[in-house]
Design a protein around this ligand. Structure first.
Ligand SMILES: [Zn+2]
Length: 288
């Protein structure tokens, strides 16, 4: 069974990787702005790679902002369109949708709301309903919709880091499994199984991972060597790029990092450690 610690470790590692890439790029940008402006202006031989890095950075920021904005607007619009009425179920504020289909989901980035359908309220018994409410309450408390939006936006913006895409999809899977664990602890395994069977009849079958966890079986362990290799290649490229820019020739710079090439390399390698941990973490995640 996956622990919540694994989810937290995955999220921390994914954000560490994104932060590493962004920080390395920031160092390069600051260096370019502070020391290479004349070179850039004079169209010197060294200006092209710098301009390229700056253009890539601008693109990353634009894609990140656009992705977050697009997803936030979509969620807001959907929330506005849903004809829901407020209700209290098992001491929890929920929004009830007037549809006979069995539905339950959590929507909203900063103040997530729990939506349940009338069909679900009619079909489930009290303990099954408690398990669904516990599951959705866990999503809401952790702000899982916001986490999913950020993970997706990072994967979009840093598309050249394949580990982030894997991390985003693994995060979605593990978030479901973690919410199911809370549901099982709150109401028991049988009520959750009953609730999942109802969703299944309503045309929304549970994923294989959730069914396996419910059956008490360990999810399939998938090797993710490709992710580790991809991450290593990206980090190597970043290191080489940063190292090249930090060379005194042809572009003289005064960053403390450049005064001692060995120290520079050591610092950059250290900076990439969290990302290296992600490669390990991602290859250890269990999902079917
Ligand atoms: Zn869920």
């Amino acid at each position: 069974m996956l622990s919540r610690r694994e989810l937290v470790r995955l999220e921390l590692a994914a954000f560490a990787l994104a932060a590493t890439v962004i920080l390395v790029m920031l160092v390069i940008t600051l260096d370019a702005i502070r020391f290479h402006l004349p070179a850039l202006e004079a169209n010197a031989p060294g200006s092209f790679p710098l301009l390229l890095v700056l253009a890539v950075e601008a693109m990353i920021v634009a894609v990140l902002a656009a992705s977050i904005a697009r997803q936030a607007v979509r969620q807001r619009a959907l929330r506005g369109r849903l004809p829901a009425r407020r209700a209290r179920v098992h001491d929890t504020e929920v929004f009830v949708l007037p549809t006979p289909r069995p539905l339950a989901f959590c929507l909203g980035l900063l103040r997530p709301r729990i939506y349940l359908s009338e069909g679900l309220l009619n079909e489930l018994d009290a303990s099954e309903l408690l398990s669904v409410v516990a599951h959705e309450r866990h999503h809401a408390r952790r702000r899982d919709p916001l986490r999913a939006v950020l993970a997706k936006a990072l994967a979009h913006a840093l598309w050249f880091v394949p580990a982030l895409k894997t991390a985003a999809s693994a995060q979605a899977t593990i978030a479901e499994l973690a919410a199911d664990q809370v549901a099982i602890r709150t109401a028991g395994a049988q009520p959750l199984a009953g609730a999942l069977a109802t969703f299944d009849r309503g045309g929304r079958p549970a994923t294989a991972e959730r069914a396996m966890q419910l059956a008490g079986r360990a999810p399939i362990r998938r090797s993710a060597e490709g992710v580790a290799v991809g991450t290593a290649v990206v980090l190597l490229a970043l290191l080489l790029g940063a190292g090249w820019l930090l060379l005194p020739d042809p572009l003289a710079i005064c960053l403390p990092l450049s005064t001692d090439p060995a120290a520079s390399l050591a610092v950059l390698l250290l900076a990439c450690l969290p990302a290296a941990l992600l490669a390990r973490s991602a290859s250890r995640i269990d999902y079917g």
